[in-house]
Design a binder for this molecule. Sequence first.
Ligand code: BG6
Length: 480
Amino acid sequence: MRMPSALPTQVVIFGASGDLTARKLVPALFSAFLQGHLPVGTQVIGVARRPWDDAGFRTHLQGTVGKPAEHARWSEFLAAVRYVQTNLDTADDYRGLANALDGAAGTPVNRVFYLAIKPDLFLPAVTNMHAAGLLAQGENGPRRRVVVEKPFGSDLGSATVLNQSLLKLLGEDQLYRIDHYLGKETVQNTIVFRFRNAMFEPLWNQKYVELVQITVGEAIGMENGRGGFYDGAGAARDILQNHLLQVLALVAMEAPSSLQSKDIRDEKVKVLRALRGFDSLDPRKHIVRGQYEGYRAEPGVDPKSETETWIAARTFIDNWRWGGVPFLLRTGKHLPARFTSVKVQFRMPPHTLFGGPDECHLRPNAITLRIQPNDGIDLGFDVKEPGQGLIIQPAKLNFNYAERFQKPAPDAYERLLIDVINGDQALFIRSDEIEQSWRWTDSLRARMRDTPLYLYARNSWGPFAADDLFGSCEGKWVTG
Ligand code: BG6
C-alpha cells in the first residue's frame, strides 16, 4: 500500500562512488523525478570516502550514469544532488554527516539511508549511525529508513545474528531488505493475476496442479570482475535463497487479507516456513549442481573451486494447498538464454479419451508466467488439428506486456526506491522471511555436498542429470 510521503526526503547513499549508485540508484531516482514521483524538495546525498565536494560528485555522476546525463532535465535533478565525504569506519565522521544533512535540509525531512556498501559494513555503519543519532525518530516525526542490499547474511546463523544486532539499533519498520526481483513488474503481477481473477485461483492447488517449475536463467557469467565475490557465494546463495524463493513465495502463498505489508509478508513467510528441508531426502534425487566449463579459469576464482554456477532442486511445500506437489527450482549462469519464468503445470483429466499412455509426458495444460524478458503470460491447452481423423496439437493463448501496454516498465529499483520513500514495506523482506529462506538454503547446501558437481558446457542448459529431477510423465524443463 503506497502512502505518498508528505515531507521532502533526503536519499542518502552510502557507497556513492560505487557501481550500483551510478548504474542503478541514480538513474532510478532520476526517472522517479521525471515522473513526478519524488516528494517536492527531495535531495540525493552521496556519501563515500573520496575527497569530493558537491561539484566533484556531480561530475562523477555525469560521466558514469549513462543516458540520464543526456536528458534535458538532468541538470535540474543534479542541482539537488550533494556530497558529504565520510569515512564509514570512523564514528566521528557520522556526527559531521548528521550536521551536514541537517544543514542541507533546512526544514524537517524524512531520510532514506541506502547502504550500497559491502555486507560486512552494514552493521558497523548502522552502529555508527545510531550513535550519531541519525536513526532516531519520534512517534509522529520525520522517518528514518535504512535500505540494505543482498547478501543479508551467508547462512541462517549469520543472518540471525545480523537481524538481532540491527534490530537493537532500529525497528523492523525502519529496515528495508531489498530484493530487486520484487520490484519487477511481472513479479508483482503474480499477485494481481492470482487474486484479481477468479478463474485461476480455484485451480491453484494440489488437486489440479501437478508440478511447478521456476527458472532464473542467465546468459552471463562472471562479467564485471565478479569472480571473487561469486566464488564465495555460488548459485544457491546468490539467486536461489533470495530471488527464486521470493518468486516461489508469491506464487504459492495464500491470499493476503489486504495489501498491507504485514498481511503480504505474513503469507509469504508461511510458505517459506512450510518449505521442506533436505535432511531426510535423498540428495541425488532432489539436488543437481553444476559448474560451467572454464569457470575455474575466471579472474578471482579459485582454480580448484567447487562452487556451483548452476543448481536445481526438487522441493515441496508441506501445507494443505501444496501437499505432494513438486516445486522444481533452477538457476544457472552461461545458459543459452536469459529468462525467468514460472510454469504451473496441471494434471491430466481424470479419464483419457484421447492419446495413449505414452503421451503422458505432454501435459498440455500449463500457465507460464514469463517474468523476463518478453514479459507476459501463456496459457497452454490442446486443440484438434483441422481435418479428418483426430490429431491433437498444442496451442497457446499469449499475453504480452509490451503489446498490451506499449510503454516501458519502470526499472525494479525505481519502484522499490519510491516504496521506501513512501514507507511501504510490502516488497521488502522481513527478518523472519530471510531466516526461513536461509534455513531451507542451508539444508540444501549441506546435502548438496553429497551430490556430484557436474561440468556443463557454456551455452548449454546445464547438467543432463537435472532431467531426472522430473518423475516419469512429469514433463521437462522449459527452455525459454
Ligand atoms: C543478482 C545476482 O542479485 O541478480 C547476480 O547477484 C545476477 O548474479 C542478478 O546476475 C540477476 O538479476 P536480473 O535482474 O538481471 O535477473
